[in-house]
Design a protein around this ligand. Structure first.
Ligand code: NAD
Length: 259
């Protein structure tokens, strides 16, 4: 499948690292002009410089998706760089894992804090809302566009120690379905991806035993790569996905059916 995104401008939030960086690369290799939005300026600049050295049209724009003023400024900066926006990849995400109530030797030994809950909601859920609300007017000016949101297989199945993260990723599916209904008539499609366990900094924080268990439950027998997910984002951002709207695409090597 040859995906052609020439003349398109894409924003990838959380594009400085991991899946987002691979997605910026994939979209740019398909011809898109790409703005990497991230609050991590050093890896963000490095990613953009590296991709630009391959002759690709990639620029870094510092943005904190939890701050509306920062997002509005990033929209303006992206318009100044590339003249418009056609594709929004809402990829930025964080984890702050803890059990709801941790019980050890019959006694309560801690649990998730309000700060851990609120931090994950601010990035993974409200950040997606804020970026989408800020970018949709730009998509409308171009006559339509594509929005792809990062959910996770854990939104569909739950996961130990991830009350906050699972709540946000399930919420992303809900928002995706609402926006697919609200924006479809405007020629804007909205979909979500639900990756399984992908080898990035995020999963590097997980215990090795938990990752090994996930791998053993994955029929294809490996963790995913950032490029596996980047390919799914790119497909849903392309003309090949013109009639896919409100869908959740799992990218998990069969983890769900294998569990
Ligand atoms: P990562 O930790 O490697 O990268 C996340 C990026 O988001 C970082 O560059 C970080 O600086 C950026 N970010 C964090 N807070 C931000 C903020 N407030 N504003 C702007 N940028 C911010 O993560 P990843 O593994 O590449 O995950 C990417 C997305 O995929 C996330 O939404 C994650 O929840 C989702 N996901 C990942 C996996 C996995 O196994 N890695 C599985 C399912 C879903």
């Amino acid at each position: 499948m040859h995906i052609d995104l020439t003349q398109r401008v894409a924003v990838v939030t959380g594009g400085a690292n991991g899946i987002g960086r691979a997605t910026a690369h994939r979209l740019a290799r398909s011809g898109a002009h790409v703005a990497i939005w991230d609050l991590a300026s050093s890896p963000g600049e490095a990613a953009a410089t590296m991709l630009a050295s391959e002759g690709l049209h990639v620029q870094f724009v510092e943005a904190d998706v939890t701050q509306r003023a920062s997002v509005d400024a990033a929209v303006s900066a992206t318009i100044a760089l590339f003249g418009g926006i056609d594709i929004l990849i809402n990829n930025a995400g964080i984890t702050r894992d803890a059990q709801l109530v941790k019980v050890k030797d019959g006694s309560i030994a801690g649990g998730m804090t309000d700060d851990e809950f609120d931090a994950v909601v601010a990035v993974n859920l409200k950040g997606v809302y804020t970026c989408t609300q800020a970018v949709v007017p730009e998509l409308l000016k171009r006559g339509g566009g594509r929005i792809v949101n990062a959910s996770s297989v854990v939104a569909l199945n739950g996961n130990f120690g991830q009350t906050n993260y699972v709540a946000t990723k399930a919420g992303v599916i809900g928002m995706t379905q609402v926006w697919a209904r609200e924006l479809g008539k405007q020629n804007i499609t909205v979909n979500a991806i639900a990756p399984g366990f992908i080898a990035t900094d995020m999963t590097a924080k997980m215990p090795a035993s938990a990752l090994a268990a996930m791998q053993s439950h994955t029929p294809v027998g490996r963790l995913g790569s950032p490029e596996d997910v980047a390919n799914a984002y790119c497909f849903l951002a392309s003309d090949f996905a013109a009639f896919i709207n409100g869908a959740v695409l799992t990218v998990d090597g069969g983890l769900v059916i294998g569990t």
